[in-house]
Design a protein around this ligand. Sequence first.
Ligand code: KG4
Ligand code: ZN
Length: 346
Amino acid sequence: MLVLGIESSCDETGVALVDAGGPGIPRLLGHALHSQVRMHEAYGGVVPELASRDHIRRVLPLTREVLQQAGRALDEVETVAYTRGPGLAGALLVGAGVACALGAALGKPVLGVHHLEGHLLSPFLSVDPPQFPFVALLVSGGHTQLMRVDGVGQYELLGETIDDAAGEAFDKSAKLLGLGYPGGPALSRLAEQGDAKAFALPRPLLHSGNLDFSFAGLKTAVLTQARKLGDELAPRKADLAAATEAAIVEVLVKKSLAALKETGLDRVVVAGGVGANRLLRAQLDAACAKRGVRVHYPELALCTDNGAMIAMAAAMRIGARVQAASRSYAFDVKPRWPLDEISAAA
Ligand code: KG4
Ligand code: ZN
């Protein structure tokens, strides 16, 4: 069974084709991505209207590219999956509209996927796929959550951010340091040349006794430190970047360990854009190795938004009989959509 996946929730248009025909985990046959980062850079963040218009321009050429990569024809596609939410409403509507139009034209069913479920299941596309159950650390630009995952569609929220997401903390701190958009990779690169111990930044909610996060205070601390430095900021930027990254990563690692302890599980999956962060990977790997815990990541190219995770999530939902694709082509999108709403266990 070939599933075409379309992702358009934010600033990346992603299209992919997976084969869920055989036994075992669905296989990725091809994927293509267009990042709008260059376009939004000039504005210091995502401009929703520009994002929607660009998705319109990109989605069909990317679909053609993916089919060509996979050596398959459009009429071989058996299910068309798309990101139904959460995300920017206009951007989501482009993917949903195109997916449902394709489905209707081909006479094939469609399935709307939760973007975070896509991230959550994306490590199943890696060479070292996880096994259920596991703890998932979901760290993207809009979300920071710890979940207990018992199977496809069985997600229990253990804790989440009460204000900014981890990716937002990276992006906002990077902006304060004049590093442009998106800030995460830029801040991380600069941090490699800095001394993380040069500044003492707060570790919000580290000892809160629960699994919630808070990153808004960290951004304020970075701003205060940058102001204090004044003209001295330029030569100390790498140090401040390193201290910021270390603070975010320490909280993410410690809370993940606390979630493993609380659930008694010995497997953790990291998903979402911040999962590409090298320091996070190194520190989590080291902490988990000590405790005999297995850590799984998506392939680096599939950490940030992409169509493969959407096709994969749809294929896995269908395969596990959690949801069937539908021949109803009237679609809606869900810009705000808590993940536990789609949990079969909820
Ligand atoms: O999952 P994603 O692509 O989009 C959302 O669904 O939000 O995540 C994007 C976020 C951005 O905040 C970006 O700065 C962050 O992931 N990010 C990183 C790195 N690569 C992407 N943050 C830290 N280090 C990185 N290497
Ligand atoms: Zn995402």
